[in-house]
Each structure stands twice: as structure tokens, then as C-alpha cells.
Design a protein around this ligand. Structure first.
Ligand code: GUN
Ligand code: FE
Length: 417
């Protein structure tokens, strides 16, 4: 058994924090065994990593980001979605036919995720299978866990970023087979979005969901121009979500990024199917998409998780993205006078605990969960009086504390520090 000691802070429920001062957490290769105020004598001979007065929180899940967009982070931010895709994004992703380039960029991305305390991902690669396998390898090497998708796109990608329908299907199957060698990174089916995939390809992907028992990720109702385009492409569908549902790509293992402009009818369909909304507040501001009604979604019982959506979003760190979610919710409250803003505890829940069910786990440091954590040493940040643990927690979320991340644990292993 391994023992780690410090101030444990986690969210078991939306809006609630559990704060355990100077407690012990026991874990082994099977996961978290328990949390104790005094160490049971059975563990007295175990090695203890004593982080003293540091904060120990669950590490972050980034449930929507684009690995091949990492080299364009912070560029092209003044264009709305469809222009941004054609001008910056598709040309950037087309470079990932070069496997050596992919290796260099993906190794850097993986190491920066770890340093920022993100240990679980649902990530888009590009359409290139060999580079996607390199991405999975580099994430696995860095100790990251979760899902990666080879992107499917057989229309509207331009000359350099498009597959034929047949290629897309056969390459996806080759990739699924080759992915079997990874222990911690699993495949997720990834139709880019409805305008990128013919009906025939969507149908084939729906068949693969059943054949291989795989989860699904895509984009939904991000931008008004996109929604109008989908309506033209599928005149038989009343709303965008039906274009996924029609082909068997809509269930309780589906992640749909954005949903900024989803109607109540679309949100009810999301709720009823158990689809997850991945809220990407930085991206929604950067690409002029809008402010998603997260409070309203939570009130409806929709499952909401968070994503950086790099490089539509301009921040890799989930500390930044969770505070961006708070600011976006405050903008909505100020603009519309309804939908009360998200608190820091609530945004923290969305970034750490809400995604647990997607990984078949429980919120927080629950017994039986695999151990994923960040150790934060905030002792170098000055204050005029002694602070409560709650105050230190809030400050750690908002403030970019240089060098504060002392250690990162992922799937019962220490991967940093
Ligand atoms: N919709 C289709 N592709 C993309 C993408 O790469 N980023 C975002 N934000 N939206 C998309
Ligand atoms: Fe995206």
C-alpha cells in the first residue's frame, strides 16, 4: 500500500467541497483503498509521502481538445468557426501526415498536459492513422490516460485534409486494431462534425459503435453558421442532434462539445440519451461562438464536463479553463439577468468529478477509484493573515501559481515530481 498525506480537497457533489486537513490517503495498483485521519496500524510499515501542509486535489480531465492544433495555440483567434477551420485549422492539421513532426509535437503536448495537472483526456487527433498511433504512444509514455480519436472527414476538408469514404472506413478499422496495444489510452470514434462526414460514413461509424463497443465524440451546435449549414445538409432533421442520432452516434457514451445554441428540445434529447455536454468556455469566447447556458443545463439534469478545446481555446491548463467557465457564466448572468453564475466549487466539480462516470468511476477521491491527483504547494504565495483551506483552494484555482505543482499522480502512479 502507498500512503500520501496532506490537505485533501475534492468534490463529491456539484457545489460541495470535502476538505480534510492533514489526512492520509491509501492507494495501491488497484486504486484508492481509503482515507484516514489517523493511519491504521496495518499500514504502519508502508512508505508515506508526507506533503505536510500542501493541498492534494483530484487531477483534471480535459474532455475535449485537438492535439494537432497545439502548434497553432494562440493564433487565428479573430475568426468565427467556419472561417477559422478553413484558414488556420485544416491547413495546420494537414501537416500531420508527417509522423516525425507528429512525434515532436505530441511529445511536447503530453509533457505539458502532465505539468499542468491534466491526467485524463478525450482528445481529437487528425485523420492520419500513423500520427494518431504516435499520439497515443506519447500520451501513454507520459502517463496520461483516457481516449484518443482518429478524426473522420470525407467531405469539406479541402484538398489536403480529406479522405475518401472507403479510406476513412478502412483506416478507422486499421487504427482500432492497432490501438489494442495500449494499456491506458483507448480509441473513441470521432466524426469531426456533421459537415465533415457523408451520410454513408456516418452510417459506417454507427455500425462500428456496435461492432467494437466504442464511445463517440463530436461537435454540436457551436456556431450559428454551422447550425444553418447542417440544416441544409440534412433537411429531414429538425435539429442538429438528430443528424447523429439518425446513425447510431447518440448514446450515454457520447461526448458532444459546445452545445452553445442548443434549444430546450435539443437539451432534452441530450438529457434523455445521457449524452455528455463538453463545455469549452475559452474556445466559445475566442471563436465568438457565444456563452453556453450551463446553469440551465445543470438544472435540467444534463451531464456537463469541461474541455480546453485547444486550439479553439487558448489555454491548455484546466485551472484557466475552469475559471473561464466561471467568468462565462457571470457574463451570461450580467447580460441576460438569469442563470446564476457558477461558483468555484461548481466549476471544480465539472473539471474533476463530473467526468468520473465517463471512466466508470465515482466523484472525488472515492474508494475504488484509480488515484489521480495534483499536489499543490502554495506556501510561496504571500498573504496578510492565516487563510482557511477553502480560501487557499479558491486562490489556487484562480491564481497562476508558478511552480506550485509539486507532484502529479495518474492511474495509481506518480508521473511528475
Ligand atoms: N468543429 C469542427 N471541427 C472543429 C474544431 O477543430 N474545433 C472546433 N472548436 N469546432 C470544430
Ligand atoms: Fe473542438
Amino acid at each position: 500500500m502507498n500512503i500520501i498525506k496532506g490537505n485533501l480537497i475534492f468534490a463529491e457533489k456539484f457545489g460541495e467541497l470535502t476538505i480534510l486537513e492533514h489526512h492520509y490517503l491509501a492507494y495501491d495498483e488497484h486504486g484508492i483503498e481509503g482515507i484516514y485521519q489517523t493511519l491504521p496500524s496495518a499500514f504502519s510499515n508502508c512508505k508515506i509521502e508526507d506533503y505536510q501542509d500542501a493541498l492534494i486535489i483530484p487531477s483534471f480531465s480535459d474532455m475535449h481538445l485537438h492535439a494537432p492544433q497545439y502548434p497553432m495555440l494562440g493564433m487565428g483567434m479573430d475568426l468565427p468557426l467556419l472561417d477559422w477551420l478553413n484558414t488556420y485549422t485544416f491547413p495546420t492539421e494537414s501537416h500531420f501526415k508527417d509522423v516525425a513532426l507528429a512525434r515532436k509535437i505530441y511529445a511536447d503536448l503530453a509533457s505539458n498536459l502532465v505539468k499542468n495537472g491534466t491526467t485524463r483526456v478525450a482528445m481529437f487527433s487528425s485523420l492520419h492513422v500513423d500520427a494518431t498511433l504516435v499520439l497515443m504512444e506519447e500520451l501513454e509514455r507520459a502517463g496520461i490516460t483516457g481516449y484518443v480519436g482518429k478524426v473522420n472527414m470525407d467531405r469539406n476538408g479541402g484538398e489536403d485534409l480529406q479522405e475518401t469514404t472507403e479510406e476513412s472506413i478502412s483506416e478507422t478499422k486499421r487504427w482500432i486494431e492497432a490501438s489494442k496495444r495500449f494499456a491506458h489510452i483507448k480509441p473513441i470514434l470521432t466524426p469531426r462534425f456533421t459537415p465533415s462526414c457523408t451520410n454513408e460514413l456516418m452510417q459506417a461509424l454507427g455500425d462500428m459503435v456496435k461492432q467494437y463497443d466504442l464511445p463517440i465524440q463530436s461537435h454540436l451546435s457551436e456556431n450559428q453558421g454551422e447550425i444553418a449549414w447542417v440544416k441544409e445538409l440534412h433537411p429531414d432533421c429538425q435539429e442538429y442532434w438528430e443528424t447523429y442520432d439518425k446513425y447510431g452516434l447518440w448514446n450515454n457514451r457520447t461526448l458532444m462539445a459546445h452545445c452553445v445554441h442548443s434549444s430546450d428540445r435539443e437539451l432534452s434529447a441530450i438529457k434523455d440519451a445521457g449524452v455528455y455536454v463538453v463545455h469549452c468556455p475559452s474556445s466559445n469566447e475566442d471563436l465568438l461562438s457565444g456563452y453556453a447556458p450551463i446553469r440551465h443545463m445543470m438544472d435540467m439534469g444534463v451531464r456537463v464536463v469541461l474541455g480546453s478545446d485547444i486550439a479553439g481555446g487558448d489555454h491548455l491548463s484546466m485551472f484557466d479553463n475552469l475559471t473561464a467557465a466561471i467568468r462565462a457564466s457571470k457574463a451570461r448572468q450580467v447580460m441576460y439577468g438569469k442563470d446564476r453564475f457558477l461558483t468555484v466549487e461548481e466549476a471544480f466539480y465539472l473539471a474533476t468529478s463530473a467526468p468520473a462516470s465517463f471512466f466508470d468511476e465515482k466523484p472525488g477521491f472515492a474508494k475504488g477509484n484509480s488515484f489521480h491527483a495534483i499536489v499543490i504547494d502554495d506556501s510561496k504565495v504571500l498573504s496578510v493573515r492565516p487563510l482557511s483551506l477553502k480560501e487557499r483552494f479558491e486562490r489556487a484555482m484562480y491564481r497562476r501559481q508558478e511552480g506550485a505543482i509539486l507532484a502529479v499522480y495518474s492511474e495509481n502512479r506518480k508521473i511528475y515530481g
